[in-house]
Design a protein around this ligand. Sequence first.
Ligand SMILES: [Zn+2]
Length: 183
Amino acid sequence: MLLSFPAIPQLHPSSVPSAHPLSIPSRPFRSEATASSLFFKHNSALGPPYNVLVDTNFINFSIKNKMDLVKGMMDCLYAQCVPHITDCVMAELEKLGQKYRVALRVAKDPRFVRLPCTHPGTYADDCICERVRQHKCYIVATCDTDLKRRIRKIPGVPIMFLQQHRYTVERLPEAAVGGAPRQ
Ligand SMILES: [Zn+2]
C-alpha cells in the first residue's frame, strides 16, 4: 500500500550540498522514492516546532564550537526547535565526568525536553535509533558517523550535524521546511 503512494516530486532526499533541489534525476533510485513516500505517509508530524533529538557528541562539538544549541538549530531551520534528550544520553554525559560538566549543564537547560527511558539497556545509540523508528517526529542531531549511518537506514528521519561551525540538516524534505533557504 505504501509503495503505491502517488509519486511525489523528488524532494532532495540525500541533501548533497551542491545539488540544487530541482536538479532531479528523471529516474530516481527506487529506494529513495520509497523513502520519500514513507516520509510523507508517516511524517506529517515533522514540522515546526521541530523536535531535535540530540546525542552526546552533538552537545560536545557544539560546545567546542561555542554554539548555543537552540539558537544554532533555529538558524539552521528558520523555525522554532525544541531539543530533546533521552535518559540514556544524559547518563552517558554523567558517566563522562568532570571534563564534560559543561555539556551536562547544557543538557540540563530548561529548554531541553527530557525523554524518559523504559527500555532495557543503556546504550545511547540504540536508544536513539529505536526511538526514531517508533516515533517519526524527530530530527536526530549527531556528529557520530556510525550513528548517522544507522539513522540513514530508517525512512523519514532527518539528521542534523555540525559543519563549518554551523548546523546543517540532511534528509529534510523541502515541504517540511518553513520556506527556509537551504544549502
Ligand atoms: Zn534510552
